[in-house]
Design a protein around this ligand. Structure first.
Ligand code: 8LK
Length: 224
């Protein structure tokens, strides 16, 4: 998108469990050329100056969770603050799910020591207050652990091969508390919930449910 813009883009974050279909959702919106689509920078997490931090984290979470989540927070901040001329920015996950779902889980499991969790949280709180992290809409791809477990195993990502369904159950619980029941932490934007259990053949009509929320921001901006 070429037109130069003054205000920041309408920012949408796509949230949900491992295997819930975030990439499929992002791909659906690739057809609009003035949406800046930012997928999870998993390749950075797999190669941080030659180190596969994602692999380390799953191999020895007690030892590597802090290192991994500290880098995730940086890469998410880079996406949140990435300048774009596009009227809409669509991000896979966010600095919020990093803190409220993944760090929270590792903290509760004792995989992140209390001092490590404190340092990550101090960074998180400071960043929220002092950097331009603006989120306008959350798309919650709501799924059940059994469904996403099967998809995760079928996708067969090497680092995830020994992730137990219990991990997905607990991650699901945190997403539900944060985005559906809204009893966990503050929700930074309105939430549109999608039934992500739907099979790929019928999921597109489910996507159409949230298209207006996103596209009307395109229309407004292109008209202006
Ligand atoms: C923001 C954020 C994304 C994210 C992903 N992950 C893991 C879950 C998946 O196995 C993989 C790709 O999403 O990385 C994580 O442990 N912590 C995270 N924090």
């Amino acid at each position: 998108c070429a037109e130069s813009r003054k205000s920041r883009p309408f920012t949408v974050i796509v949230e949900g469990n491992i295997g819930c279909g975030k990439t499929t959702f992002l791909n659906y919106f690739q057809k609009y050329n003035n949406i800046c689509v930012l997928s999870e920078p998993i390749e950075l997490w797999r190669d941080c100056r030659g180190h596969n931090l994602l692999g380390h984290m799953y191999e020895d979470p007690k030892k590597w969770s802090f290192t991994f989540q500290s880098y995730v927070q940086l890469t998410m901040l880079q996406h949140h603050t990435l300048p774009t001329n596009c009227p809409v920015k669509l991000m896979e996950r966010s600095i919020y799910s990093a803190r409220y779902c993944f760090v929270e889980k590792m903290k509760r499991d004792g995989l992140l020591s209390k001092p490590s969790a404190a340092v990550i949280d101090q960074w998180f709180q400071w960043l929220l207050q002092n950097t331009p992290i603006n989120v306008d809409l959350i798309v919650y791809l709501r799924s059940s652990p059994e469904v996403v477990y099967e998809r995760m195993m079928k996708r067969n990502r090497s680092e995830e091969k020994s992730v137990p369904i219990e991990y997905l159950e607990q991650l699901n619980e945190l997403h539900e508390q944060w985005l559906y029941h809204k009893t966990l932490y503050h929700c930074p934007a309105p939430v549109v919930t999608i039934d992500a259990n739907l099979d790929i053949s019928s999921i597109e009509e489910e996507y159409e449910k949230c298209e207006p929320h996103i596209l009307n921001k395109l229309a407004v901006n292109t008209r202006a």
